[in-house]
Design a protein around this ligand. Structure first.
Ligand code: ADP
Ligand code: MG
Length: 366
């Protein structure tokens, strides 16, 4: 609580276009009709809001989730100093909706499109790499006083995540259990935790907004944490570069590791470990999280969010397996991305075959 009040006082300094009271009234008015259960699970966490003809994004945090809000405020305050673009926070307030107290952050809506919806080019890839580098170079002085608000993602954290149990209606096959057990073995390697740094924590193409001039703004910063830089790099490869022409990964690595040959050498040694671990962690997450509770309002292809998640989980296990199969081959990042893509495509095409097909049976029995 003390961290958030310190950060809030930073925001009191600049004058807002709405008073806290005005904002609070607008929010109450807008959410009058919403049914809210105590966990705020049916509550729209992020929503657009129009005020005087202008669009904003409104983020709501339940009071037991104030740490996320403080991370967000910290990010907005410090990232600008590090030349990383984020939406400007216009106003914050405490309010209550249907007797539930919450903290609201109103931010500017950024112009531009999600990275996920645009055809990428090497200029954007280069800018993305430079930004990620900036993230990982955020000076310690910016966060040492606020350390309490950042989760530290170390060996213990990843250990807990890998041990999560799948949902009761999901049975993992032997291959998948084997991949998890391999990942458990990896987690203890101390060299995996070199270069702890502040990181975005949720690098994916939906959280990057691209402006006309190909510059990038970062949104969705509730997951900011202290963790090895390798995690964001693995996420960048598995969630962003994988959709590009694999040759763009060279542009990415060149920009990220510019003037840092030793760091690049370290990445070459750790890359396969981290990519494997990242994919298994993602798979476990999809199999363990009950999405029916969290994403009530979102649309799913078969009305069953868990079934949709299950497909994503499978995809990450297949990517992990592809990396494991590379064993100790010294492949370039582009080649690794191709292998991951190939394995997923291969699996998808097998699924389109009839079940009695020989190739299908072989693959399933493998
Ligand atoms: N300030 C903003 N300006 C423009 N678009 C935004 C802004 N904040 C969020 N968005 C868009 O809304 C989407 C959802 O917001 P986000 O903060 O990522 O929440 P979540 O991923 O938890 O649903 C983002 O992927 C982005 O496209
Ligand atoms: Mg997001």
């Amino acid at each position: 609580m003390s961290a958030i009040s310190t950060i809030c006082s930073i925001f009191k300094k600049h004058k807002s276009f709405l008073t806290s009271k005005e904002l609070s009234n607008i929010i109450r008015e807008r959410f009058k009709e919403v049914t809210i259960d105590s966990g705020m699970t049916n509550f729209p966490r992020v929503s657009t809001m129009q005020i005087n003809g202008k669009l904003y994004y409104l983020r709501l945090y339940s009071l037991n989730n104030l740490l996320n809000a403080s991370r967000y405020l910290w990010a907005s305050y410090c990232l600008k100093k590090s030349k990383i673009m984020t939406p400007k926070i216009e106003q914050t307030c405490l309010t209550s909706i249907a007797e539930i107290k919450c903290y609201a952050v109103l931010e500017n809506r950024l112009p531009g499109k999600e990275m996920a919806s645009i055809k990428q080019n090497s200029i954007i890839t280069g800018n993305f790499a430079n930004d990620l580098r900036q993230w990982h170079n955020i000076p310690r002085v910016f966060y040492k006083n606020y350390k309490g608000i950042f989760a530290i993602h170390d060996k213990k954290h990843f250990g807990t995540r890998i041990n999560r149990k799948a949902l009761p209606n999901i049975t993992l096959n032997e291959k998948q259990l084997e991949l998890i057990s391999q990942a458990k073995g990896l987690i203890h390697k101390p060299e995996l935790y070199s270069h702890m740094s502040i990181s975005h924590g949720d690098v994916n193409p939906h959280n990057l907004i691209i402006h006309k001039e190909n510059t990038i703004a970062w949104v969705d910063m509730d997951m900011i944490c202290l963790q090895p830089i390798w995690y964001d790099l693995a996420a960048a490869m598995c969630k962003i570069m994988i959709k590009n022409h694999p040759s763009d990964i060279n542009v990415f690595e060149k920009a990220y590791f510019k003037n840092k040959p030793e760091l690049y050498q370290e990445w070459k040694l750790l890359k396969n470990h981290w990519l494997f671990l990242y994919n298994v962690l993602e798979a476990v997450k999809w199999f363990a999280t009950d999405r029916t509770k969290r994403l009530g309002s979102k649309q799913f292809s078969n009305n069953n969010p868990n079934l949709d998640s299950f497909k994503w989980g499978q995809k990450y296990f297949i990517q992990a397996e592809a990396i494991l199969n590379l064993a100790n081959q010294n492949l370039s990042s582009g080649e690794i991305i191709s292998e991951m893509n190939y394995a997923v495509e291969d699996f998808k095409s097998l699924k389109r075959l009839p079940n009695n097909n020989e190739a299908y049976q072989e693959r399933i029995n493998a």
